[in-house]
Design a protein around this ligand. Structure first.
Ligand SMILES: [Zn+2]
Ligand SMILES: [Zn+2]
Length: 397
């Protein structure tokens, strides 16, 4: 692997920062301490900072030379509302909060790159180091954009990275075009009329209606949607009733829809609403349907993806960069940034978990698992990637 020496030599400091953040996880939009550490470190390295976007968001700005070209590198800072099972020294000190997605490592890797870029300045233009809050369902990327990220920091392209457990350390993964699905939530309230279970003729049974709708909805996936365009609909909750002998007043259905194409999503939402309303009406019930588009599909841009692949190959070698054919149905709020700016999102292998120290909890080292830990061996690899990417993007003429 071709890692940058000064970053490798500074590994102890990066590891200390990473573990400190891991031990003090903060949830969506509450990343006060983490944000303060980022500001302190950037300031220590003479990097000007912009604070306040999306509350706890931080942008470090490193300028060099005369070029007006600019690129953005983005990391996320938030943790998850879950209890950590690990017992190593840097395990979470906060009950019910945990860095189980490795955003502690993402923050440390970008800090490592920041320090190197500020010291060595082998580029012509501006590097924006974006530390965002609230990736886990809070849409922090979008909030920073709403707060003027791309106006205050006019960049040509923006890049993101996430660790991937299971993929070996020293590997990267990426995909051209659609890489992750959009994530969307629906909720349906069916208003019927409650009655004694013995007098069902006096009721409008919302459970009977809910069952019809739940069945009919799946035909959208099998009969309406183009079979060559993937989508998955999962009804994850059906709630109604409270007694053996009472037909309830209402029933509630909830779930998610994930897909890649906006027109497929439009079709699914429209058909879900039509089926819910007309089916309910056919049974003399009322339907109240609510569909919320959470994160859009993450779509990598061609030119920036090629650049990212070239940089990853230059660090770990061609055969250790997995250019995938298939996307995942997971989602990521960096997708909002890629709707406005060209760019690319990549995976960095986090290993199989053997890098964890002994004494960790039970379970695999998977994302969102209570025994997960970010692998510190990635710190110099990810930081080197960020530096090489910025230097390549802003190469002096
Ligand atoms: Zn996550
Ligand atoms: Zn994550």
């Amino acid at each position: 692997m071709l890692l940058l020496d000064p970053i490798v030599q500074n590994l102890a400091e990066l590891q200390r920062i990473r573990r400190d953040i891991h031990a003090h996880p903060e949830l969506c939009y509450e990343e006060e301490r983490t944000s303060r550490i980022v500001v302190e470190k950037l300031t220590e390295w003479d990097i000007p900072v912009i604070t306040g976007m999306a509350g706890t968001g931080v942008v470090g700005v490193i300028r060099n030379g005369q070029s007006s070209r600019a690129v953005g590198l983005r990391a996320d800072m938030d943790a998850l509302p879950m209890q950590e099972a690990n017992s190593f020294a840097h395990a979470s000190v906060h009950q019910g909060k945990m860095h189980a997605c490795g955003h502690d490592g993402h923050t440390a890797m970008l800090l490592g790159a920041a320090q190197y870029l500020a010291r060595h300045r082998n580029f012509n233009g501006t590097v924006y180091l974006i530390f965002q809050p609230a990736e886990e369902g809070g849409g922090g990327a979008k909030r920073m954009m709403d707060d003027g990220l791309f106006h205050q920091c006019p960049m040509e392209a923006v890049f993101g990275m996430h660790n991937l457990p299971g993929a070996p350390v020293g590997t990267f993964g990426v995909k051209h075009g659609s890489m992750m699905a959009s994530s969307n939530q629906f909720e349906l309230r069916i208003q019927g009329k409650g009655a004694h279970a013995a007098q069902s003729h006096k009721a409008i049974d919302p459970i009977a209606v809910a069952v019809q709708i739940a069945h009919a909805w799946q035909t959208i996936i099998t009969r309406n949607k183009d079979p060559l365009r993937p989508a998955v609909m999962s009804i994850t909750q059906i709630n109604a009733g409270s007694a053996f002998n009472v037909i309830p007043d209402e029933a509630n259905l909830r779930g998610t829809v994930r897909t890649f194409h906006p027109d497929v999503l439009d079709l699914i939402e429209d058909r879900m609403r039509a089926i819910a309303e007309h089916t309910a009406a056919a049974f003399c019930a009322k339907a109240e349907f609510n569909f919320v588009r959470k994160y859009p599909s993450l779509i990598n841009h061609m030119q920036e993806t090629e650049l990212a692949i070239e940089v990853m190959r230059s660090i770990v070698g061609g055969e250790r960069v997995d250019v995938r054919d298939e996307p995942t149905m997971g989602s990521e709020d960096f997708a909002f940034m890629l709707q406005e700016k060209p760019g690319c999102y990549v995976y960095i292998g986090n290993g199989s978990g053997e890098g964890r120290e002994c004494g960790h909890g039970v379970g695999p080292c998977e994302l969102h698992n209570p025994s997960y830990d970010f692998n510190d061996a990635l710190l110099p690899i990810g930081a080197t990637y960020w530096v090489r990417l910025a230097e390549k993007f802003l190469a002096p003429a």
